[in-house]
Ligand binder design. Structure first.
Ligand code: NAD
Length: 369
């Protein structure tokens, strides 16, 4: 079902019913996993295998209700379908949640039991890291199933995905710059980078090479010291972050930073960064950025380097191939801007259209004998 039809469908269906919720977003399968011996309660959601096996991370979270866990896993797995489709890789969308407090209940036995459930799906779902899960946990799950990615390099895995993610974000920023300024060069452009973690620090390296003027902020003062030693940057205070006189805002810390409050302050012409779910409310703020004359490069398009990286892990990892694929994010972002202009859509909806078009056309080809 197209994203445009979902809102109207939602009004007509009882969404407290799980099967209704699945049909609303066209999910293929929802697997409830329980193992009393180890205290495992998990839900694996397979949204789509139209393009390939459903890949998406496992999140461990102390959900207050089963309904909350179901809603989250359905939403996140659908997001993975769109992310992989628009990234041009042959993966479907899936996600899993383990219900519980990771500090108290994440044990080797629980993870291995969970690995057995994944294995029983025979490769239809492939897992990876997400909130409260790390590469060590993936190693433990790997003892029970080969359908796991994000393994350490020492185990033949792809290791840290952030350099590939940063490459994709850089490409997104350059494509946005070409759209707004008619030139993809970032030399002299003023870029605010919020969050100097794994992705942010690699992004800064790429931007500095191009002689962009860098404005940075992180809640961790050590990270600010590190980056100031390495590059010429202007450190912003929390209060100055959104209102700084700049061309580009790259959110690389946390979600929902594009909201009514920050949009009042932002002076930039471009928003493009790695953080997931940047728009606090897609419908409201996706349109508001446009009204303010800001070009928004959809987060799930430009931060696809992480999924591209694990896709290449499945094929025998080669970092060069992953980086080369991430460079294509420039062309994809440009195409999304074209669709947005032609169809008069906010850019995040144009990205959904591009994903849906690829899913529909490739699924038809795959269906042929
Ligand atoms: P990270 O944890 O390494 O870095 C996040 C940084 O943001 C930290 O330095 C932290 O101190 C800082 N931070 C936290 N709250 C902040 C705040 N309120 N203001 C300013 N700084 C703040 O994470 P990462 O791997 O660099 O990922 C960054 C973002 O990109 C996350 O939203 C993540 O979900 C998303 N993402 C990452 C990847 C990847 O490959 N690592 C892939 C896709 C999406």
């Amino acid at each position: 079902m197209s994203s445009a039809n979902i809102a109207s469908e939602k009004k007509n269906k009882d969404t407290s019913n799980v099967i209704n919720q699945m049909s609303l977003f066209n999910h293929e399968q929802l697997v409830f996993c329980n193992d009393n011996n180890v205290g495992l309660k998990a839900i694996i959601a397979i949204h789509s295998t139209a393009l390939g096996p459903a890949l998406g991370g496992t999140r461990m979270w102390n959900y207050v209700s089963e309904q909350e866990a179901v809603t989250d896993v359905l939403r996140l797995s659908r997001g993975m379908t769109y992310k992989s489709a628009v990234a041009g890789i042959n993966l479907g969308g899936g996600k899993a949640v383990i219900i519980g407090d990771p500090k108290k209940t994440k044990t080797e036995a629980l993870l291995r039991s969970y690995g057995k459930f994944i294995n029983n799906l025979g490769g239809k779902y492939i897992t990876a890291e997400d909130v409260a899960m790390n590469s060590k946990d993936m190693e433990i799950i790997h003892a029970e199933t080969k359908y796991v990615t994000g393994l350490p390099e020492s185990m033949g895995g792809s290791g840290d995905p952030s350099p590939v993610t940063a490459m994709g974000v850089w490409m997104g920023i350059k494509a946005s710059s070409k759209e707004v300024y008619g030139n993809s060069s970032l030399s002299g452009k003023k870029v605010i980078v919020q969050g100097l973690g794994n992705v942010g620090k690699h992004l800064i390296d790429l931007l500095a090479k191009e002689n962009a003027q860098l404005f940075v902020y992180d809640i961790d003062s050590e990270k600010l010291k590190e980056v100031s030693k390495k590059h010429r940057v202007t450190v912003l205070s929390e209060g100055e972050l959104y209102s700084a006189d700049a061309d580009i805002y790259a959110p690389c810390a946390l979600g929902a930073t594009v909201n009514s409050n920050t949009l009042e302050q932002l002076k930039v012409k471009i928003i493009c960064g790695s953080a997931n779910n940047q728009l606090a409310d897609e419908d409201i703020h996706g349109r508001m950025v446009e009204e303010k004359g800001i070009l928004y490069a959809p987060d799930f398009v430009v931060n696809a380097g992480g999924i591209i990286n694990v896709y290449y892990e499945l094929q025998g990892y080669n970092r060069e191939r992953a980086l080369t694929h991430a460079e294509r994010i420039y062309d994809t972002t440009t195409k999304i801007f074209e669709i947005a202009k032609q169809q008069k859509l906010p850019t995040y909806l144009a990205a959904n259209h591009l994903a849906e078009e690829r899913i529909n056309t490739i699924a038809k080809i795959k269906a042929r004998i």
